[in-house]
Design a protein around this ligand. Structure first.
Ligand code: GLN
Length: 304
């Protein structure tokens, strides 16, 4: 398969169509990014990288980090984790609080903010120095020290933390939050403020395409059964209230972030990351989703 030709063809076609959205505006650091940036990196299971555009430029990974914190926590707590967070699509925006009351403090899934806060809380219960542990883990997955944390993004997130703080206290009111709210939020914003390139993110997600074994870390990261379950969660919940649409249009397990990145995998074939900052009204990157749709159309192959 000529993956380099494929990603270049997709890149050219999307640039020509030039579908637009709006960059995230809830913090100035994201509102001020150059909206025309666009990159694609595909990594096969031999570790070859096929890239085009801004694929080596670091960007704010935001909620894509939630897959990797979930991986750390799932590995430790195993199926016990599912007593604290469910595995159902939410059909609601990523920062919604309403459902949490109906479901008595058990978030719908680990990728909406409420669920991700429970995951970060579990991470804080288990590890000393959790911020360092998350960075070390992701560097290991990428096979090199590539993770940097944008301190301005982290600070801005903390200055605009009303909603996430409310979610955390709500979880605490239901007894589903073990640590101090401010401590957990700091770790949560730390991992959301990480910057990585498409190439490094695609490498970090490679173990999910490879039955849990990372060729970059050179070790098994997760069991094959856990890797399958993380992929199932990405397929059903990775795009918030647009998860069904992504499965319909693209057909790959994937995860988006409000920085405009999307990381996805085709199990037993490759991992891929696409980045372009302009988002649709659901908070997912317009060009990144379109690019992945075109890619699986051209491949004539998806999970299905
Ligand atoms: N830092 C953002 C938040 O918690 C992440 C949201 C996202 O990428 N969807 O609101």
């Amino acid at each position: 398969m000529d993956y380099q030709g494929l990603v270049e063809e997709v890149y050219e076609q999307i640039q020509k169509e030039n579908p637009r959205g709006k960059v995230a505006t809830y913090i100035p650091e994201l509102a001020n990014v150059d909206p025309d940036q666009f990159g694609i990196a595909l990594v096969d299971l031999e570790g070859n990288v096929y890239g085009v555009g801004d694929y080596q430029k670091p960007f704010s990974i935001q909620s894509i980090s939630k897959v990797l914190t979930l991986t750390m926590v799932f590995h430790v707590f195993k199926s016990k984790l599912w007593s604290r967070v469910n595995v159902e699509p939410s059909g609601n925006p990523f920062n919604s609080i309403a459902q949490l009351e109906y479901e008595k403090g058990i978030p719908r899934n680990p990728f909406i903010n409420a669920g991700a806060l429970v995951i970060t809380d579990a991470l804080c219960s288990k590890f000393d120095n959790p911020t360092q542990r998350v960075s070390d883990f992701i560097n290991e997955l990428a096979g090199r020290n590539c993770v940097s944390v944008n301190k301005d993004v982290k600070q801005s997130e903390m200055d605009h933390a009303e909603r996430n703080t409310a979610l955390a206290y709500f979880l605490k009111a239901y007894g589903n939050f073990e640590n101090k709210v401010e401590d957990v939020l700091e770790v949560y914003f730390h991992h959301c403020a990480m910057e990585m390139s498409c190439e490094d993110l695609a490498k970090s997600f490679s173990f999910l395409a490879n039955d849990g074994y990372s060729i970059f870390a050179k070790r098994g990261i997760e069991s094959e059964s856990h890797a399958r379950r993380i992929n199932a969660l990405m397929l059903t919940c990775g795009f918030y209230d647009e998860s069904g649409e992504f499965a319909f249009r693209v057909g790959l397990p994937g995860k988006s972030g409000v920085g405009g990145g999307v990381a996805a995998v085709l199990p037993h074939k490759f991992s891929i990351c696409v980045w372009s900052p302009e988002l649709n009204e659901k908070g997912n990157s317009v060009k990144s989703i379109k690019a992945l749709e075109l890619l699986t159309d051209k491949l004539k192959f998806s999970l299905f």
